[in-house]
Ligand binder design. Structure first.
Ligand SMILES: [Mn+2]
Length: 572
């Protein structure tokens, strides 16, 4: 398992030890007798000390989504507080706490959205005539300021007629501010209802617990660390109101996890994708916009709703009846992870649609690390188990390409009983996964069309077998036979691909680069006879001699020989 000691792994070991150490220092070494008055004084100083850095037009930090940047010099007490926030929340809670629970955000929608909204209202489609939605927000040990800013943003920036109720689901939090303090705070808020679970359910079951506790026909899910933008819910509801099988997703803007600045430049430029490890990914829309305007005779505005093959998972609007018909989530899945893919695949495969409503904008804090999983023993193994259930039920013959990412089908382990989920799929008469790939996500790399896939093994003389490995830097390390960083695909276009990244040679440097699909620096050929891996155009072959280089091709040079597996010449 030499690959365990790759640079990336070492980096993570280092980072986690540092986090552990600082946490220890903060919790153990902190003197509880420190007087809080001095601390408060310093906080006021932070606010006042450097007005150029803490941009603050109305005396309120973070107003209009502007960044709050802490001074570089902080007292040990404040530094400890800042670190504590990061450790517990995966975001800069200290900064969040400085920002009022109700802050203004700019209306970042495309101008087209406001005219669409007005046109709808002129046709008498709007608040008062559109069906209202329940808004379900699950939280677990969320920071007070982060959770309440989510709730207030919804109340302040949503027409009240569109809100059936706001259901806060406490997934058995342990932090004291989420007990009586929260109950009494929300008692004064109109339409907000708090339900609590007496045991940890996990995000997946907690969302369903909240959804099933409402009677609303339309359910909107939000994460507990969001701030909505004017017009967000109206656009979502208007889009699903007349189409029961439509799942509408807002464009997700980014609240910076360190400064809590609103960054709303890019959200509508992406659609939801996935890699063959079944991780959610974003992918640029550019090509899709181009080809739509090429084929179409009707101009489609870029701010109009657009198809997305997958969803990130936390934010969407769905008809209760449709969610129910699709079998809700797979409740055999634990905590979180994989449920977003399940809903995405089955919505498309079973006759529905998934679209991003670009006029609905919700800003979201992407936390660092996985705070939701942190206290779960074997949290990341649970995500894999969920994904295996997903693959078993929905991926057909493509399931094996997922299993190869961790060493194959024999390494699946115990994933529980999926027979009820398979029966659900049969009853709904859903289409095959291949149909989904061809019709919903044609630009996705299809591993069944790979010319070769598996490890790429060095055939020169070495003490033990070495394989091409790419976590963050290209390396040659001991072959481990369990996929991961050693799982490669040779595509029809000659790309040597791993996780959407391709082996790239520009005449000088050999690197891994995001695959661009245009050949050039990323076009290679592999000959199963000579085992040479040749860079086309430069007419050089990949050689390893304690380091990588490209040399004049020589079929008698053992250091230029590379073994690829599952060679399928018909795919050339
Ligand atoms: Mn989230």
């Amino acid at each position: 398992m030499a690959s365990l000691l790759t640079a990336k792994n070492l980096f993570f070991v280092l980072v986690f030890s540092l986090i552990g150490l600082t946490y220890w220092i903060v919790t153990v070494e902190r003197d509880p007798s420190n007087d809080t008055a001095a601390l408060e004084e310093e906080l006021m100083l932070i606010n006042a000390r450097d007005p150029a850095r803490v941009f603050d037009p109305n005396g309120t930090p973070g107003d209009m989504g502007l960044p709050v940047i802490l001074p570089e010099e902080l007292s040990p007490e404040v530094s400890a507080l800042v670190r504590k926030g990061w450790n517990e929340q995966g975001l800069n809670q200290f900064v969040s706490d400085m920002i009022p629970l109700r802050r203004r955000l700019p209306d970042v929608r495309d101008g087209w959205c406001r005219s669409e909204e007005q046109a709808r209202r002129d046709r008498n489609i709007g608040p008062g005539t559109l069906p209202p939605s329940a808004i379900v927000i699950v939280f677990y040990n969320e920071a007070w300021s982060v959770l309440l800013r989510t709730v207030h943003s919804v109340i302040d920036r949503t027409p009240t007629e569109l809100i059936d109720e706001i259901v806060l689901v406490d997934d058995c939090s342990t932090m004291s501010h989420l007990k009586d303090q929260l109950s009494s705070y929300i008692a004064s808020l109109d339409k907000v209802r708090l339900v609590r679970s007496s045991e940890r359910m996990g995000l997946i079951r907690a969302r369903l617990f909240g959804a099933k506790s409402t009677t609303s026909n339309i359910i909107t899910f939000l994460d507990a660390h969001c701030e909505v933008i004017e017009g967000w819910l109206e656009a979502l509801i208007a889009h699903v109101a007349s189409d029961e099988t439509m799942i509408a997703i807002p464009a997700i803007d980014w609240i910076h996890e360190d400064t809590l600045a609103l960054n709303a430049q890019n959200s509508v430029k992406y659609f939801g994708s996935f890699d063959w490890s079944l991780n959610f990914q974003w992918r640029a829309r550019e090509q899709r916009i181009k080809s739509a305007s090429k084929n179409g005779t009707v101009f489609i505005h870029p701010a109009a709703p657009y198809d997305t093959p997958t969803m990130a998972g936390g934010l969407f609007t769905i008809h209760r009846t449709y969610f129910q018909r699709l079998g809700w989530y797979d409740e055999g899945m634990e905590i979180y992870g994989g449920e977003n893919m399940e809903l995405s695949f089955k919505a498309w495969m079973c006759g529905g649609k998934l679209q991003i409503v670009a006029c609905s904008r919700v800003a979201h804090i992407q936390k660092r690390g996985h705070p939701y999983l942190r206290e779960i023993v074997g949290g990341l193994a649970l995500v894999r188990r969920n994904s295996i259930r997903l693959a078993e039920v929905w991926l057909d013959e493509y399931a094996d390409y997922y299993y190869e990412t961790f060493g194959g089908r024999s390494k699946r382990g115990n994933f529980g009983d999926v027979s009820a989920r398979k029966e659900l799929r049969r009853q709904l008469q859903c289409k095959p996964f291949r149909w989904y790939l061809e019709h919903v996500f044609p630009e996705q790399f299809d591993p069944s069309r790979a010319v070769a896939h598996g490890e790429i093994r060095f055939e020169g003389k070495t003490q033990y077998p070495l394989c091409l490995d790419w976590p963050t830097q290209l390396a040659l390390v001991g072959c481990h036979g369990t996929g991961g960083h050693q799982l490669w695909y040779l595509t029809k276009q000659g790309e040597v691909m791993r996780d959407d990244n391709c082996l790239d040679y520009d005449g000088k440097a050999l690197t891994m680069y995001r695959c661009h699909g245009m050949g050039g620096n990323q076009a290679w050929s592999w000959d199963p006879e000579t085992k040479l891996l040749k860079k086309l155009f430069f007419d050089r072959c990949l050689q390893w001699d304690r380091e990588f280089s490209l040399q004049v091709c020589d079929p008698n040079e053992p250091n230029q020989k590379w073994m690829m597996h599952n060679f399928k010449p018909n795919n050339l």
